[in-house]
Ligand binder design. Structure first.
Ligand code: C5J
Length: 220
């Protein structure tokens, strides 16, 4: 077992049963012209964490531990996008509309892909998900079970939406979850802070948080 001086208290994990989940580091959320920007957000906030997420991925690659990259996107016919999601908000471009990076949040389009700096390497899992949580309507649970994973480290965007939703899903399924606090970001800094506070409140009610440096040091 290894230990990270995490918050709210030490996070103990066996690397042999630990995986990294990188949530939705997609062009549609991080680059101008995508879904995030269409909703009126300042995407530059998210772009800033790309190098830090890259360092965390590199640490898991060096330790030869499983890495799962998720992408929030839908089938081209949008049959997996409920009307409630499609019609929500007043974006300048809705899911499925053509934009500068192809159809918004549609699988196979350039915008739905992971930013090139963080592209998956052979052997890493890329998991498309129609919801905010990565367990909903995906084979993630079975994939983790097949690999004997009990501990999950999380990074990605956005902290309070898809990252927190997936952490809560994982927590309810019995995984010990650790969020890399400098490898996650929100369009709303106050929401990121609140999500981190909520996750580790009440004795790690959803999970733990630590920095990428702390996590990488423990993986050496
Ligand atoms: C959002 C996400 N924010 N990946 N998606 O719509 O957090």
């Amino acid at each position: 077992m290894k230990t990270i001086a995490a918050q709210p208290f030490d996070y103990a994990f066996d690397p042999a049963h630990t995986a990294l989940i990188v949530i939705d580091m997609q062009r549609d959320f991080i680059e101008p012209g995508g879904f995030g920007a269409a909703l009126g957000n300042d995407v530059s906030l998210l772009k800033k964490i790309v190098p830090t997420v890259g360092r965390l991925i590199d640490a898991f690659r060096a330790a030869k531990l499983p890495i799962i990259h998720t992408r929030e996107c839908h089938k081209p016919d949008l049959s997996d996008c409920p009307p409630a999601k499609l019609l929500r908000g007043k974006p300048s471009l809705r899911i499925g509309d053509p934009g500068p990076m192809g159809r918004i949040l549609v699988s196979g389009e350039p915008g739905a892909d992971i930013v090139p700096e963080l592209a998956a390497k052979p052997g890493e899992i890329v998991l498309d998900k129609p919801g905010k949580g990565a367990f909903y309507a995906t084979p993630l649970g079975d994939m983790l079970k097949a690999r004997g994973i009990t501990h999950l480290v999380f990074a990605g965007v956005t902290t309070e939406v898809c990252v927190q939703t997936t952490m809560r899903e994982a927590n309810d399924r019995g995984y010990d979850c650790l969020l890399a606090e400098d490898a996650t970001e929100s369009y709303f800094p106050e929401f990121k802070k609140a999500a981190i506070d909520m996750i580790r409140a009440q004795g790690a009610i959803v999970g733990w948080t630590a920095t990428v440096d702390q996590i990488a040091k423990a993986l050496v």
